[in-house]
Write a protein that binds this ligand. Structure first.
Ligand SMILES: Nc1nc2c(ncn2[C@@H]2O[C@H](COP(=O)(O)OP(=O)(O)OP(=O)(O)O)[C@@H](O)[C@H]2O)c(=O)[nH]1
Ligand SMILES: [Mg+2]
Length: 303
């Protein structure tokens, strides 16, 4: 370790859909969190480890702060709080194209709890017609919280991200890296596999269906074949009602085939091997309100 190396934990916080997971993936340089255009995509806090010659940033992605009722929403909020505990820095992320709203305020209220310094990240600047358009929203936030830095960024287009990384590392304490260089996340591989399937199912469905989905891996084997290794995966997509199951399967199985193909292609890229993926759909009544079901579908516990 070179002298002056800095390392620390940095939590990203904000309402749903602001681009938190997009930023984590962009800074890590690989996919550790799934991203969709639907709010409440991320359901649990997870780490994305960013290595630079001058330091290591352990990013903590968290679920979007929202006012949902039900057990899953409560667990998501708990996960945000856990993600905030004992952090060196918080990145409060807002969508610069949206007016300040009730969920932004909810997220701001949480920011007071850890008492750590915070940067305000105004994301999606690529959508602004000009830089002046950002000024009113910056004023709005400055009134409400004392941010150590205010940084307009585009997580999607990579705008201002190098500057952001430098500013983050500058405020971290001098410390040895917490994780070995090759490690990108704290999540087991099966979590990533299940999440990739959930991502494709969320991207291909609409309205309430994406929010009712969970994925469980039922079989995971590597088969040696003459032409190389084949990962044989079997998974169930869980929804809450028979009508949702019908949508997920689609006319003559068209939808589930489409989800399966998209997920297989994504997984082959992520796992860097050929994948055979078999998907089934299961109805589990109101699983999001069932503490046992929610706990069971939390893949961070492994397997
Ligand atoms: N134009 C634009 N879109 C962005 C940018 N960053 C993220 N997005 C899009 O915003 C949507 C939400 O992105 P996510 O990264 O899933 O947002 P999130 O904050 O993690 O959302 P939750 O997990 O639901 O809290 C996706 O469609 C992204 O492609 C950006 O800089 N510019
Ligand atoms: Mg997310």
């Amino acid at each position: 370790m070179s002298a002056g190396f800095r390392a620390g934990f940095v939590t990203i916080l904000g309402r749903p859909n602001t681009g938190k997971s997009t930023l984590v993936n962009a800074l890590v340089g690989s996919k550790v969190a799934i991203v969709t255009h639907h709010p409440q995509t991320t359901r649990t806090h997870l780490l994305g480890i960013v290595n630079r010659p001058e330091g290591q940033i352990v990013l903590v992605d968290t679920p979007g702060v929202h006012r949902g009722r039900g057990h899953l929403s409560r667990e998501m909020l708990r996960s945000v709080r856990t993600g905030l505990e004992g952090r060196d820095l918080c990145l409060f992320m807002a969508d610069i194209t949206r007016k300040f709203g009730a969920e932004d305020q909810l997220a701001l209220d949480l920011l007071r709890e850890p008492g750590a310094p915070a940067f305000l990240l105004l994301n999606k600047v690529d959508l602004l017609p000009n830089a002046e358009a950002a000024l009113p929203i910056i004023e709005e936030y400055k009134k409400r919280h004392e941010f150590a830095e205010v940084i307009p960024i585009s997580a999607l287009k990579g705008k201002n991200l190098d500057k952001l990384v430098k500013q983050i590392i500058a405020v971290l304490p001098e410390a040895a890296p917490f994780y070995p260089e090759g490690q990108a996340t704290d999540q087991p591989e099966q979590f990533m596999i299940a999440e990739c399937i959930r991502e494709q199912a969320m991207l291909l469905t609409r309205e309430e269906v994406p929010h009712t989905l969970a994925v469980r891996i039922e079989r995971d084997e590597v088969k040696k074949q003459r032409i190389g290794q084949l990962r044989v995966l079997q998974a169930v997509i869980i929804c809450e009602r028979p009508g949702q199951k019908a949508i997920l399967i689609g006319k003559s199985g068209e939808m589930i085939r489409q989800i399966g193909t998209a997920a297989r292609q994504e997984l082959e890229m992520q796992l860097d091997m050929r994948v055979f993926l078999e998907l089934h759909v299961l109805v589990r009544d109101e699983w999001r309100n069932n503490p046992r079901a929610v706990a069971e579908l939390d893949f961070r516990k492994g397997g």
